[in-house]
Design a binder for this molecule. Sequence first.
Ligand code: E4P
Length: 215
Amino acid sequence: MKFFLDTANIEDIKKANDLGLLDGVTTNPSLINKEGRDFEEVIKDIANTIKGPVSAEVTTYDYESMVEEARKLAKWADNVVVKIPMTRDGLKAINTLSKENIKTNCTLIFSVAQGLLAAKAGATYISPFIGRIDDMGEDGIRLIEDLKDVMVNYGFDTEIIAASIRTNKHLELSALAGADIATIPANIFEKLYSHPLTDKGIEGFKKDWEKFTGK
Ligand code: E4P
């Protein structure tokens, strides 16, 4: 499973990258807004910091403008992937961009049909938002499982990014459901390696070693 960080914060990206487990980054207009920096500057900064794909989202919503904006974003760095929202115009844009070899991440996926259409349009990635589905009282992980079945049934190359991850459990269940990638907020990423019993175990070993060595 590949790990992406779901943030536009360069310090968080550098910290996660330092662990050696980071495969990519996803951003969206809300995450860019949080940083209060120029969009192009932030994306170029991230794209220079990590080798893997960096999703930058279009901020226009009609077909012509999305394609034009996507072509511009794709030129910012070789590893930029253009995030396109799941709409009728978005699907048409993904289709056009895939023919130009511009990589796309179809975002805001909430149903199997949406994921299937995006894959058929040629999306490199699809991003089902599991946390937001759970917020509606539905089952976000079930959507990952179903999308995985569809991708396997028809041999699509499109990779599934489990997005809108809120808890460690979301990551674990996404992995079990076969998501190719999880895009993880920085606060969750830094919690993944911790467990109270690990800390307790280390404390016990330290104490016993002190007794053994007499130090
Ligand atoms: C995915 O690429 C999105 O940036 C993200 O996962 C949205 O998550 P949220 O529901 O926490 O805003």
